[in-house]
Design a protein around this ligand. Structure first.
Ligand SMILES: Nc1ncnc2c1ncn2[C@@H]1O[C@H](COP(=O)(O)OP(=O)(O)OP(=O)(O)O)[C@@H](O)[C@H]1O
Length: 299
């Protein structure tokens, strides 16, 4: 029951918004679409949902094109938030859930649970226009998940939310995945994708420049990061073989090293030179990988 994109390209006139995108989104996974503004994330989602046609390539869900207008298996949180301002929260959600084939009673039950979960039970009979933007977003998120979709597509679900609400929404996304929903979400925040996703696709100017399992991507990148903080000058570390990058922030040296053996060599060289306050070996960040692949910084 996977979502499959094969050689998908979308052109608007002479401009290529998505360029030869192929990927498979495994069942029950959280899949992150990462990319700066204009990278092609929303265009990819619109094609997945059959809202616009690819110029070339094919997209299938369970082996067939998605019929977004009819299926009750899909949930979609669009980037442009679009609730009816004059409707009350309850009226709005009941209306949208009905389009997904849900009864009024089931919707009311599920809505109460979601409002409690998002700590806003008092919004049930409030008009959408009376809510703050972030709270409207929570309601629109509820609209996209109320019918327990099997495939959930979330376009920038965390943008505009304060840190507390980002955490609430992240937990909801994690729980939905645990319950069996396949989730695809876009973000320009690498930290959100690193935290939530097993799989990701990183887009740049319409092209996928990195794609696959997050752990595999990090492992195959090879290099690791080492943080050293000491009461003496540690800049000699950059000359040690296997150290391929160095940066300094006040009293901390940040090194990119080829492998773990190099960190052992560095540790030996540090012995007897003075007091070492920090020696921390880390996986490469997505940003490190992006810079190497794309030849430029992320945003
Ligand atoms: N209907 C359209 N006609 C012409 N160009 C378009 C159209 N839709 C999108 N584009 C262009 O395609 C590129 C990709 O846009 P898209 O909205 O997919 O990016 P995105 O990664 O979602 O960006 P953001 O993070 O800003 O939402 C942009 O340069 C955009 O201007």
């Amino acid at each position: 029951m996977t979502l499959k994109l094969e050689h998908v390209t979308k052109k608007f006139g002479n401009f290529t918004a998505v360029n030869d995108l192929s990927l498979e989104i495994p069942e029950h996974a959280i899949f992150g679409f990462l990319g700066a503004n204009g990278a092609g994330k929303t265009t990819s989602f619109r094609m997945i949902l059959n809202l616009i046609d690819p110029t070339s390539g094919t997209i299938t869900w369970k082996g067939k094109p998605i019929d977004y207008s009819r299926t009750d298996e899909i949930g979609y949180l669009p980037e442009e938030r679009g609730l009816y301002p004059k409707l009350k929260v309850q009226e709005q959600i009941i209306y949208l859930a009905k389009l997904r084939g849900m009864s009024k009673q089931d919707t009311q039950r599920a809505l109460k649970e979601w409002l409690d979960r998002f700590q806003v039970p008092q919004y049930l009979d409030k008009k959408i226009e009376e809510l703050s933007k972030g709270n409207q977003q929570k309601i629109q998120f509820i609209a996209s998940v109320i019918h327990n979709p099997k495939l959930l597509i979330l376009d920038e679900p965390f943008s505009g939310l304060d840190p507390v609400n980002v955490e609430l929404m992240k937990d909801a996304v994690k729980d939905l995945a645990k319950e069996g929903t396949s989730i695809v979400f876009s973000s320009h925040r690498m930290d959100h994708v690193e935290e939530l996703c097993e799989h990701l696709c990183m887009m740049q100017h319409g092209k996928p420049i990195l794609h696959g399992n997050l752990r595999e991507i990090k492992r195959s990148f090879g290099k690791k990061n080492l943080k050293v903080q000491a009461d003496f000058d540690v800049s000699f570390i950059e000359k040690i073989p296997g150290v391929v990058g160095a940066k300094y922030y006040s009293d901390t040296g940040l090194y990119q090293i080829e492998n773990e053996d190099v960190s052992q060599r560095i540790l030996e060289e540090l012995q007897g030179k003075g007091f070492v306050r920090k020696f921390e070996l880390d996986e490469p960040s997505l940003n490190d990988i992006f810079i190497e692949k794309a030849g430029e910084s992320y945003e």
